[in-house]
Design a protein around this ligand. Structure first.
Ligand SMILES: Cc1ncc(COP(=O)(O)O)c(C=O)c1O
Length: 362
């Protein structure tokens, strides 16, 4: 059992009609539920003041360490409503453990797994009416985060830290059906280096990714494919918010090894399911040259990216400084779509949860 997060219920929730209008077209990340979870950490008292309160702005001293040195980490997971009205999380323990690993890397205090889960679950229970109805691909996106609040300008681990959870209803990632995207292979920017923060889910990684994202947009791509070297050479790493997977004509499902990439929960899920789809899971490096050659000779038949937000996004092509090529015929691959549907079926309770991945909240 995790710590209690006592509920201090809001007296001015979003009116029901307004909430219904938001839930009918939630988009992503623009609307927030009525409450938030918080807990405070200091060296003397450890984690304390756990509570669920009305959603409100934080009050931060201008010298708060997070504003200067980006001592911050976060997580992202979803709550799914099943046909019988119950509400479930998908492998939230993995997010709790990754939150601990991220905290270790950014010198933030560790939040025990059960407290992470308690904050997430109590917030969902308080804001149950914000969990979209079953039937579509809507969910309640939950965003736990931790940041250094101490008022002190000096580079050392902060001695006052806040844990918080907010939630935001999310619409289907592909409102008009699953479509594929092209990735921009950045030759100018990398995402992570050995010994850096690539495996941590820390805000700084995402700030550093924005320039590459602008570059991608300028070249007509939605997302970036990072390599482990600049200059347009090296091994494939991951996309901006998703891990990369390739399907080969010999029946392998290949994904780059852990080390400098985020240890995605969806990536791990896909590896565990590969066998059921007649694919052999393989974690190994793939160079850009190998990708180009494999796309040209047909030995790489499908490529997709895996992450919580989109589950599985078909990657139908790659563009770079001096190349622009398609994978297969440039349409979403069969295995890609089948894997995507299967993960969604487990998450929404339509397929048997053989691995015990689902955790009931309501
Ligand atoms: C950089 C990066 N890679 C991969 C992922 C996919 O991770 P997950 O499947 O846990 O959402 C994410 C999203 O969290 C991410 O931000």
């Amino acid at each position: 059992m995790g710590r209690d997060f006592p509920l201090f219920r809001t007296t001015s929730p979003v009116p029901a009609a307004e909430r219904a209008a938001i839930l009918s077209e939630p988009g992503f990340g623009r609307h927030f539920t009525d409450h938030m979870a918080t807990a405070v950490w200091t060296p003397a008292d450890g984690w304390h003041e756990h509570r669920i309160t009305p959603l409100e702005p934080f009050s931060l001293h201008p010298s708060a360490a997070v504003l200067h040195y980006a001592q911050e980490i976060f997580e992202g997971l979803k709550a799914y409503r099943h046909a019988d009205g119950s509400v479930w999380l998908f492998r939230p323990e993995e997010n709790a453990r990754r939150f601990i690993r991220s905290a270790q890397r950014i010198a933030l205090p560790e939040l025990p797994e059960e407290d992470f889960l308690a904050g997430v679950e109590e917030l969902i229970r308080a804001d149950e009416q914000w969990v979209p109805a079953s039937g579509g691909e809507e969910s309640l996106y939950v965003r736990p985060f931790m940041f250094a609040t101490e008022a002190f300008i000096g580079v050392r681990p902060a001695e006052q830290v806040m844990y918080s959870v907010i939630a935001s209803p999310a619409g289907p990632y592909f409102p008009s059906g699953v479509s594929g995207v092209s990735l921009w292979v950045s030759s100018q920017y990398t995402r992570a280096a050995k010994g850096g923060t690539g495996t941590a889910k820390c805000g700084g990684n995402y700030a550093a990714s924005l320039a590459a994202q602008i570059e991608a947009r300028e070249h007509g791509c939605d997302q970036v494919m990072y390599l482990d070297e600049t200059g347009g050479e090296g091994n494939l790493e991951e996309s901006g918010t998703m891990n990369l997977c390739l399907v080969t004509s010999s029946g392998e499902l290949v994904t780059p090894p852990l080390g400098t990439i985020l240890e995605g929960v969806t990536r791990d899920t896909i590896l565990a399911l590969a066998d059921d789809f007649g694919l052999t899971p393989v974690e190994r490096s793939v160079s850009l040259d190998e990708l180009r050659a494999g796309a040209a000779d047909g030995s790489i038949t499908e490529v997709f990216a895996a992450g919580t937000a989109a589950v599985v996004t078909p990657i139908v092509g790659f563009k770079g400084d001096d190349f622009d090529f398609l994978i297969g015929s440039g349409t979403p691959g069969k295995q890609t779509v089948a894997l995507r549907n299967h993960v969604l079926d487990i998450q929404y309770g339509r397929a048997e949860d053989k691995h015990g991945w689902m955790r009931r909240v309501i």
